[in-house]
Design a protein around this ligand. Structure first.
Ligand SMILES: Cc1cc2nc3c(=O)[nH]c(=O)nc-3n(C[C@H](O)[C@H](O)[C@H](O)COP(=O)(O)OP(=O)(O)OC[C@H]3O[C@@H](n4cnc5c(N)ncnc54)[C@H](O)[C@@H]3O)c2cc1C
Length: 468
């Protein structure tokens, strides 16, 4: 009988581990399980009244390793576009380029901001540098007070729902790619001397970001993988020896398993294990929290709303953190007289906005948009999607809780957790792909898991810093 591997979650980590396993070990019986109706997770796309929308702004950053770009362009051919980046951020009531450029920080913002940033830059070599314990002290040491207090701290509170002093230093190291003044300056110099290398281009599939997930799933299916979409894994049965036996889906289907690779939220994985896990582990998992998000999608009259791919809103003036216009990402296949807008609203389940209906969310979005100075869009129709488990929140206790959960999962055989939600990490798509490929390489045809090799990859994953 063939050995059976089940992969939970068809985001990039799940899809790529599936593909690599199917390529390396055709003798295995591989099944990929996804709760949503199609593969991709939030890297998927969907059609709404003839407009292809992504779940928020998604692009392949220039930091994507060449071997991943080559593989994707092999799948997509001419459909993988190289596009100039054209974003703006609303800072201190003014729109400036994003990613940030020191020239704008010095000359395009109010004098008090520019003077503060200049002073922070000049004293930067003399600032005390040590390992911070919170997001707040790490950024103040790296970037100085002005840009930290007037940009990163409000943005952090909006994205992750906690004040800067209650977020771990790790959140700063993972999420603020320009964590020091010298790095901001380095980025600018490389964009001047090596155009195309640093932040001013991106890669994007002509038919929406989800084209990558769709093509990856097609390749896996061609190799014999079974993909079951539309129903979540609700139970993962373990034998007396703690080895996977079967995965049960919400629709009652039972998938037999000898080995499970899980990319679903690690908190959810702990919940679905049967027999149930020891109470201290459940409590530690309950101490880990993810931020959720509402996506508000508008169909708008006119060929384009603005010329920009994305606008960023770090401040309190708007409930949304980003507005993107998909037509400016690929420019092809969009209706000539209509365009789409996507607003990302970070929130938590208990927040007032979480319980609002689509009309109420739209009213709030349009109200706040007016306050930003952008034109009022002529809305034809709109829709909304809520998603949980969007960003891991690194509060000051997360390390302790996460280690307890990880130690327990490490004690089981035949079950490995990976990916953004599985490892509770911040990442980009290319990081998730790297993780998936690494997992596919660590599993042998005999289902032996190479723990040493995986631990080596783990060190690489730890060094990942998110590009925005
Ligand atoms: C708003 C936003 C914008 C982003 N933009 C970019 C960008 O421009 N560029 C970039 O490189 N990265 C971007 N990212 C990051 C990127 O989305 C992640 O790196 C990537 O999704 C991680 O892939 P993953 O496979 O690890 O996890 P996920 O994509 O989260 O996949 C997990 C999958 O598991 C499924 N699942 C959950 N529970 C169950 C269950 N019980 N049973 C079965 N399936 C389940 C989910 O539906 C999902 O499909 C963005 C992230 C966000 C939130």
């Amino acid at each position: 009988m063939k050995k059976r591997v089940v992969i939970l979650g068809a985001g990039p980590a799940g899809l790529w581990s599936t593909l690599v396993l199917a390529e390396r070990h055709p003798e295995l019986d591989v099944t990929l399980v996804e709760s949503e109706d199609r593969p991709g997770g939030i890297t998927g796309s969907f059609d709404y009244r003839g407009i292809t929308f992504d779940y928020g702004s998604h692009r392949l950053h220039p930091a994507t390793p060449p071997w991943i770009l080559e593989r994707i362009s092999g799948m997509l051919g001419n459909d993988l576009l190289k596009r100039p980046r054209n974003g703006r951020i609303l800072l201190e009531g003014r729109f400036i380029s994003f990613p940030l450029r020191p020239a704008d920080l010095l000359f395009s913002l109010p004098p008090s901001f520019s003077a503060g940033f200049l002073k922070d830059t000049l004293v930067s070599p003399f600032r005390r540098k040590r390992d911070g314990t919170t997001f707040e002290d790490t950024l103040i040491m790296g970037l100085g007070s002005t840009i930290s207090r007037r940009f990163y701290f409000p943005y952090a509170r909006k994205l992750w729902g906690l004040p800067q002093g209650e977020l771990s230093a790790v959140q700063a190291r993972k999420r603020v790619a320009s964590g020091s003044i010298s790095r901001i300056i380095g980025k600018v110099l490389s964009s001047v001397f090596r155009p195309g290398s640093a932040g001013n281009i991106f890669y994007y599939p002509a038919k929406g970001f989800g084209q990558i997930a769709d093509r990856t799933a097609e390749e896996a299916e061609k190799l014999g993988v079974r993909i079951l979409c539309g129903s979540p894994a609700v139970t993962l049965k373990l034998s007396d020896k703690g080895i996977p036996e079967a995965v049960i889906l919400g629709n009652g289907v039972e998938v037999m398993a000898d080995f499970v690779l899980s990319t679903i939220p690690v908190t959810r994985l702990i919940d679905i294990l049967e027999p149930t896990v020891p109470q201290p582990v459940t409590e530690a998992a309950a101490g880990l929290s993810f931020r959720s998000m509402i996506f508000c999608f508008l169909e708008v009259r006119g060929e384009r709303y603005t010329q920009y791919d994305a606008h960023y809103f770090p401040g309190e003036e708007a409930i949304f953190s980003r507005l993107s216009e998909p037509g400016n990402y690929s420019m092809s296949g969009y209706p000539p007289d209509r365009t789409g807008l996507c607003f990302e609203i970070p929130c938590s389940r208990g927040d007032g906005i979480w319980g609002m209906d689509a009309e109420e969310v739209l009213a709030r979005v349009l109200h706040d948009l007016e306050g930003t100075g952008l034109p009022a869009p002529e809305v034809i129709s709109h829709t909304m999607i809520r998603r949980e488990n969007i960003y891991p929140v690194y509060d000051l206790e997360f390390r302790k809780n996460l280690s307890q959960v990880e130690n327990y999962l490490d004690s089981l055989n035949g079950l490995v957790t990976l990916g953004r939600q599985g490892l509770f990490i911040h990442d980009n798509v290319h990081h998730a792909i790297e993780m998936g490929v690494a997992a596919g390489k660590c599993l042998g045809a005999d289902l032996a898991w190479d723990r040493e090799e995986w631990a080596g990859y783990g060190k690489v994953f730890e060094s990942h810093v998110v590009a925005d």
